[in-house]
Design a protein around this ligand. Structure first.
Ligand code: ADP
Length: 275
């Protein structure tokens, strides 16, 4: 199974070019779409999820033409959007049962079994009778994954799921995503590098609507090893550094921080860690 995106472009009526000739081939497994806010991730996700049409280009899920055969895609799609509403005064168990009915699972017994299994998988079984409106951010996201997994989807799209989660909940959410089968396509959009490096076998970096790079996240980071540095320095030395190096970001601290020998400390960034 694979998803092939060819030359996809989208310009909104206000003139914003959200997607510019995007080409991607997404295999089974977890695929990370990494980019800053406004890069075009949601525009791409919504187009793949059949919620928005592109101006030009094509999307093919195996032999299915995604924009032409939306119904066929929706039958195999699980989607967790960036923002989603819930009926606040309904319990997770009732709401999942309701969504399962909407997904066409007619047998009450089948729904009951599926909902119970998903509540266990997302660690929400003990709070299944609680109103979803009272859930914490992390619980709500786990509920979002449970509804996305209803009906055994073959293509799952998860849009910025860890934004706003505390580190413990993010970890729990990562564990949950990593348990989703290897034989289906899972597309995870995020602006957080570690979401991709911890979870994804393949990734694409997108900015201003363009795909800048694709590949295996660990290999991509290895290629940068020894080429990205973090340095603590005196403020007065910054202009000279900016003249000799490509400084991506400089942040001022109120008090100067010194190493043991009194000099400014420097560290090499390698695969996201300082060595
Ligand atoms: P991301 O998900 O990476 O943050 P988006 O796809 O939401 O990026 O946005 C890409 C660009 O398109 C941004 O400049 C955003 O402001 C713009 N945009 C998104 N949705 C709309 C819309 N409905 N109308 C006009 N511009 C939009």
């Amino acid at each position: 199974m694979s998803l092939t995106i060819t030359n996809l472009s989208k310009t909104y009526p206000n003139g914003t070019r959200a997607l510019r000739g995007v080409n991607l081939t997404i295999p089974t497994g977890m695929f990370g779409l990494l980019g800053p806010n406004g890069a075009g991730k949601s525009s791409l996700m919504r187009t793949i999820a059949t919620l928005r049409d592109a101006d030009t280009g094509s999307i093919q899920l195996d032999n299915t033409d995604v924009p032409r055969d939306k119904e066929a895609v929706r039958r195999v799609l699980g989607y967790l959007p960036q923002e989603f509403g819930v009926y606040p005064k309904v319990s997770a168990e009732e709401l999942l049962d309701h969504f399962a009915t909407l997904k066409g699972i007619a047998s009450a017994r089948e729904r009951q079994e599926m909902v119970a299994a998903l509540l266990h998988q997302t660690n929400l079984y003990d709070v299944r009778k609680k109103h979803v409106g009272g859930y914490s951010g992390g619980m709500k996201q786990r509920f979002g994954i449970a509804q996305a997994l209803l009906g055994n989807p073959r293509l799952i799209i998860v849009d910025e799921p860890t934004a706003g989660l505390d580190p413990a909940e993010r970890n729990r959410f990562h564990n949950l995503l990593s348990e989703i089968g290897e034989n289906i396509i899972v597309i995870l959009s995020t602006h957080i590098v570690s979401d991709v490096s911890d979870l994804c076998r393949q990734m694409a970096i997108i900015n201003q609507g363009e795909v800048l790079l694709t590949g295996d996240p660990l290999r991509v980071m290895q290629a940068l090893c020894g080429r990205v540095w973090k340095k603590l320095t005196e403020k007065a030395e910054l202009p000279a550094l900016q003249a000799s190096e490509r400084v991506k970001r400089a942040r001022h601290q109120l008090a100067p921080v010194r190493g043991q020998n009194g000099g400014a400390r420097a560290g090499r960034l390698c695969a996201g860690r300082r060595v």
